[in-house]
Ligand binder design. Sequence first.
Ligand SMILES: Cc1cc2nc3c(=O)[nH]c(=O)nc-3n(C[C@H](O)[C@H](O)[C@H](O)COP(=O)(O)OP(=O)(O)OC[C@H]3O[C@@H](n4cnc5c(N)ncnc54)[C@H](O)[C@@H]3O)c2cc1C
Length: 408
Amino acid sequence: MVLKKISRNVVIIGAGAAGMMCAIEAGKRGRSVILLDHAHKLAEKIRISGGGRCNFTNRYVKPENYLSENPHFCRSALARFTPQDFIALIEKHGIRYHEKKSGQLFCDDSSQQIIDMMQRECASAGVDWQMPSQVQRIEFVADNSAVECGGKRFLITTEQNVIATDSLVIATGGISIPQIGASPFGYQVANQFDIRVTLLRPGLVGLTFTADDFTGFKDISGISIDAVVSCDNASFRENVLFTHRGLSGPAILQISSYWQPSKPLHINILPQLDVSQIFSEHRQSAVLLPNLLARYLPKRFVQIWCSAIFAELSSVAKPMKQYRDNELHRIADRIHDWHIFPSGTVGYKKAEVTLGGVDTHELSSKTMESKRMPGLYFIGEVVDVTGQLGGYNFQWAWSSGYAAGQVV
Ligand SMILES: Cc1cc2nc3c(=O)[nH]c(=O)nc-3n(C[C@H](O)[C@H](O)[C@H](O)COP(=O)(O)OP(=O)(O)OC[C@H]3O[C@@H](n4cnc5c(N)ncnc54)[C@H](O)[C@@H]3O)c2cc1C
């Protein structure tokens, strides 16, 4: 079958947050744009985000909220399209929103409102859609004088047609949640053009433990505690949730992006209190130590935690007055610094993001264009820029999409 040949100023592969933002901006500049996606349903990640309410940005976005081999790379794009710019767009469309905590902004109603808003903006910018559509091949046309390329640099062969373009934008995201359309396509395109991709790993993800390390804890699945969780120089105070496989909850998702196999996590299970002080206040008391702790922490958690710590310290549950000072000292140390060794993560099927991606040293921080392959752009999560939990990942998608949209 002979495929129809068409030509556009800009082809964007991946119609998620970053791809749609780029399409809107390029369309507004009068460029002919085609947005191509292999999914049947538009922007599934936006739809499921933020528990269905999309934490679409964070008022206090800073470069320090991002992980990358090149921590300064995100600075320029974030400064040129800010959270306030996205909030202005939301307000223009009459979408009601609220702040949950620490600047995290969510829709009052549904994340579908963000998808509808982006679709309306695409329509008014004259963006064409091609979805579902599978890309079969991307060719760089070294000698683009040939008539069939219409003088364009890239030929994109899909199931439906061959599209010639000068600006090819890769916005296919990371590989987390493959069940809703995530694919390694973006990294494969980078490989095709000899563009380095950094090490990939799941981020914002639950952590698992070996059966031995986690004896008893799976019995308290569903219980959560307020804690400070640290690893290396990163530290987060949020809830830690016990699950049947290990640990989850916001504090664990946050620290998972900083954790490396074989490193311990340090957990302060009573961050709001000075336990040594409490112990000294009850030094002569007949209360059992686990009962004392259960005044501040869930009882089931205290039972399991104490058995694990007592086994490690060769101690037992006793009335407070029967402990030696050094025993209490070591228990207090563990309360403020319980170190545990995760065995791994629950993987890409559950991870909110993919850490790593197209090496930012290969891209212009102003335009997202490849230095090696002019006309080729990478935006959004496919790039080695990963935000913390709290609206930072969408802001990166909007900002990097906007940056490329000004020049493609
Ligand atoms: C459960 C969950 C909740 C989240 N909640 C939040 C949140 O509240 N706030 C926040 O900031 N971040 C959140 N994130 C992260 C955020 O969703 C992503 O960082 C963001 O969507 C990345 O945008 P993107 O446009 O780069 O990629 P995506 O949104 O993933 O879009 C990529 C698009 O490319 C398409 N695609 C993939 N492969 C191909 C291919 N081979 N051919 C054609 N098309 C292809 C996909 O179908 C998809 O439409 C969440 C993520 C998950 C998984």
